[in-house]
Ligand binder design. Structure first.
Ligand SMILES: [Zn+2]
Length: 455
C-alpha cells in the first residue's frame, strides 16, 4: 500500500516529464534532423541524474545515435543487479492528416495522452525513471540502465552487448519495449518469433510478347510465380511448408473478437489458419507476401509477362534455428517447378527468435509484482514482432533472467497514427517495477544466486 501511495504522489511529475519528452520529435531515421534526437538524449540524461543515478555515460557507437548508460551500484555486495532497457527514439509520424492532433504535441485523451512515441517507448523510459524516484535513487538492487537512441531504425547497437559483456553483466533484465495484452491485463511476454526474408524470381521470356499472338503457349512469369506462392499454404490457410516448427501455445492470447478489431479485419472476411490464435501468431510459422513486382493494373499492356518477383516474410517458432527455418522455406521454393519452370530463390536477412526461461527467482518476483500492481495474475504471451537487441543482451549476460513487460498495450496504436498511452498502465508499470526490485532483492538474499556470488 505504501509503495502505491508513493507512486501515486509521483504521477504528476512523471506525466509532466513524459509530456516534455514526447514533445521532442526524436526520429533517428535518415532524412530527419539529428538535433531532436540529441535533445531527447540530453533531457533523459538530466532526468536520470536528477533521479539519483550517480554515473551516467554516453556510448558512441558507429552508425547509431548515442546510447545512454547509467549505473547505481548494488546497496550491499549480495544484492542482485538489474539491467533496465528502453529507447528514446520514435517512429516517424507517417501521414499527419490521419492524426487527430499534431503528433509531437502531447494531447490529453480519456485516461491518457496521445503523441508519437508516447507509448513506444517513452512511457517505459519514464516508468524506469519512476521506479528510481520511488526509491529516492537508492533501490534495493544494483541498477544498470541502458536507453538506446536508434531502436526503430536498424541500430548497430543490437550486436554490441556481447562485445562488452562486463558492462551488461547482470542477474536480471527488464526489457521494457512493450506492454500488456490489453489495458488492465498484466502481461509478461516470454517469447518472440524469429523473422526471415526470402526473394523468389521467375524469368520466362526475354521481353513482353503480345498476349493474343503468344498467350496460350508462351509461359507467363506472373502466373508461374502465383502458382508457386499458392503452395505456401494449405486450403485452410495454415503454412504448408514442411519442417517449420509449430506447437500449442500454453499461455494467454487475444479473443477472436479482439484480434479481428486490432487487425482491422473486414466483416465477412474469416481469419486464416486453424488452431488457437496463440499457436497461429506465436508458436507456429507465418508466411506473408510483403512485396510483388509485376506490371501494375493501371499500366497493364496486353502482353505475356516475362518476369515477376516476390518478397516473402517468414515468422517462425521462437526456438527454431533461424538458418534452419529459412532453409525450409528456400528448399520448398527450390523444389517447385510450376509448369516445369524453375524459380530463382534468394535468402535475405534472418534473425533468431527468443524464448525466456520462466522458472527463476526474477520471474517469481515479477509475477508477484505484476499481481500487486494490477490486482490479478500475470498472463504469459509472446509477440510476433522481434526485438533483436534481446538476443544481444541475452548473449552478453547468459545467466540473466529476461523480463519483458511495460506500459504499452496492444490497443495503443504503436507505429500507427494516434499513438496513445494510458495513465493507468503507466502508473501500474511503475508500481510493478518498484515492487519487482523489492521482491527480487528479498528473494535473492540467501538464494543460490547470492551464494554463488559469495563463493
Ligand atoms: Zn519500441
Amino acid at each position: 500500500m505504501k509503495l502505491e501511495a508513493t507512486v501515486d504522489d509521483l504521477m504528476d511529475t512523471l506525466r509532466a516529464d513524459l509530456e516534455r519528452l514526447a514533445a521532442i520529435p526524436s526520429i533517428a531515421f535518415p532524412g530527419f534532423p539529428a538535433a531532436p534526437v540529441q535533445e531527447a538524449h540530453d533531457l533523459l540524461v538530466e532526468l536520470l541524474r536528477g533521479a539519483g543515478v550517480p554515473t551516467v555515460e554516453r556510448l558512441d557507437l558507429p552508425d547509431t545515435s548515442p546510447v545512454i548508460y547509467g549505473e547505481i551500484p548494488p546497496p550491499t555486495p549480495d544484492a542482485p543487479t538489474v539491467l533496465l532497457y528502453g529507447h528514446y527514439d520514435v517512429q516517424p509520424p507517417g501521414d499527419e492528416s490521419l492524426w487527430k492532433s499534431p503528433p509531437f504535441e502531447p494531447t490529453p485523451i480519456e485516461g491518457g495522452l496521445r503523441a508519437r512515441g508516447i507509448a513506444d517507448d517513452k512511457s517505459n523510459v519514464i516508468a524506469h525513471l519512476g521506479m528510481l524516484r520511488a526509491y529516492g535513487g537508492r533501490p534495493p538492487v544494483g541498477i544498470k540502465i541502458v536507453i538506446e537512441g536508434q531502436e526503430e531504425y536498424g541500430s548497430a547497437f543490437d550486436d554490441y552487448p556481447p562485445t562488452d559483456p562486463e558492462r551488461f553483466a547482470c542477474d536480471a533484465m527488464v526489457v521494457a519495449d512493450l506492454g500488456n495484452l490489453r489495458p488492465g491485463t498484466p502481461t509478461l511476454t516470454t517469447a518472440l518469433r524469429g523473422a526471415s526474408e526470402v526473394v523468389v524470381e521467375v524469368r520466362t521470356l526475354d521481353e513482353p510478347r503480345h498476349s493474343g499472338e503468344f498467350g496460350g503457349a508462351a509461359p507467363d512469369a506472373l502466373l508461374v510465380l502465383l502458382k508457386a506462392l499458392a503452395t505456401l499454404h494449405d486450403v485452410h490457410g495454415d503454412v504448408a511448408v514442411e519442417g517449420l516448427r509449430r506447437e500449442d501455445w500454453s499461455g494467454t492470447s487475444y479473443t477472436e473478437e479482439e484480434f479481428r478489431s486490432l487487425a482491422g479485419v473486414r466483416e465477412g472476411v474469416p481469419l486464416i489458419g486453424s488452431g488457437s490464435l496463440g499457436e497461429r501468431l506465436w508458436s507456429g510459422p507465418a508466411i506473408t507476401v510483403i512485396g510483388l513486382d509485376a506490371p501494375s493494373v493501371e499500366h497493364a499492356a496486353s502482353a505475356v509477362v516475362p518476369y515477376a518477383r516476390a518478397k516473402l516474410n517468414l515468422r517462425f517458432h521462437p526456438r527454431q534455428d533461424a538458418k534452419e527455418a529459412q532453409a525450409k522455406l528456400v528448399d520448398h521454393l527450390r523444389s517447385l517447378t510450376p509448369f516445369g519452370v524453375p524459380l530463382t530463390v534468394t535468402p535475405g536477412d534472418t534473425g533468431p527468435g527468443y524464448e525466456a526461461p520462466t522458472g527463476g527467482p526474477a520471474y517469481r518476483a515479477a509475477r508477484a509484482a505484476l499481481k500487486e500492481a494490477w490486482g490479478e495474475d500475470a498472463s504469459f504471451v509472446a509477440t510476433g514482432g522481434s526485438i533483436p537487441l534481446v538476443n544481444g543482451l541475452a548473449k552478453a549476460a547468459p545467466g540473466a533472467e529476461v523480463l519483458l513487460f511495460g506500459a504499452q498495450d496492444s490497443m495503443c496504436n504503436l507505429h500507427a497514427p494516434n499513438e496513445r498511452v494510458l495513465f493507468s498502465e503507466l502508473r501500474n508499470t511503475v508500481v510493478a517495477m518498484a515492487a519487482f526490485v523489492r521482491e527480487y532483492a528479498a528473494d535473492f538474499e540467501g538464494s543460490d544466486g547470492a551464494t554463488e556470488r559469495r563463493a
